[in-house]
Design a protein around this ligand. Structure first.
Ligand code: AP5
Ligand code: MG
Length: 191
């Protein structure tokens, strides 16, 4: 199974992706986690992206796509993926679709985790993940989300490609909702 998780910073993508990966037996791939790992390891990619990640700006599309190609193919061969944090714009979605469609590993279900801004800010301040979770950078990440990713949510919605899920409920309740929605969608496709 190949799943996308889309949501604002702090909406619970990473939290839910871990649980869904286990439930469906697929590999969790997080573009943000991979980028942060490169920064920590001081790889050449990490050095290129450090200031962007810490400022909450998007990394150039080509860098993210190159970084994800191998893990996405490997996960697809091993039973599927849940991608968290990619695509993040209409441009990334179109580019990724062109590549994955050819290889037969395009996405099957996309989930949008819907959480209001006050709750997002509360969660990120409570988490405090380094430079990324300071008040100014949180505001900026939310602005980038509004500018780049909300149009992607609209684009997918207009194609009936996306399931909207209330992400403000408890972690367990959100997982249950997502599992139910995905199961229902797959049953309808195969039915
Ligand atoms: P990325 O790592 O994707 O960060 P993000 O989108 O800002 O999201 P977060 O990881 O902060 O939040 P999350 O939705 O995973 O929530 P979490 O589960 O942690 O990207 C980081 C950076 O990398 C970007 O800014 C950019 O620079 C770059 N980047 C990444 N992808 C890119 C791309 N495709 N293109 C270009 N650049 C890219 O939960 C948050 C907190 O809330 C946690 O403490 C959690 O315990 C808590 N929580 C979760 N669920 C609940 C709940 N239901 N109730 C209460 N608390 C909850
Ligand atoms: Mg995350």
């Amino acid at each position: 199974m190949r799943i996308l998780l889309i949501g604002a910073p702090g909406s619970g993508k990473g939290t839910q992706a871990d649980r869904l990966a286990e439930h469906f037996g697929v590999t969790h791939i997080s573009s943000g986690d991979l980028l942060r790992q490169h920064v920590r390891d001081e790889t050449s990619l990490g050095k290129k992206v450090k200031s962007l990640v810490e400022a909450g700006d998007l990394v150039p599309d080509a860098i993210v796509m190159d970084m994800l190609r191998k893990p996405v193919l490997a996960a697809s061969a091993a039973g599927g993926y849940i991608l968290d944090g990619f695509p993040r714009s209409v441009e990334q979605a179109e580019a990724a679709y062109a590549v994955t469609k050819k290889l037969g590993v395009a996405v099957q279900v996309a989930i949008h985790l819907d959480v209001d801004k006050a709750e997002l800010v509360r969660r990120m301040l409570a988490r405090g993940r380094g430079a990324e979770d300071t008040r100014d950078v949180i505001e900026h990440r939310l602005d980038v989300y509004a500018e780049k990713t909300v149009p992607l949510v609209d684009y997918y919605t207009s194609r009936e490609w996306l399931l909207h899920v209330d992400g403000t409920r408890s972690v367990d309740a959100v997982t249950e909702l997502i599992v139910a929605r995905i199961t229902e969608r797959l049953a309808r496709r195969h039915g």
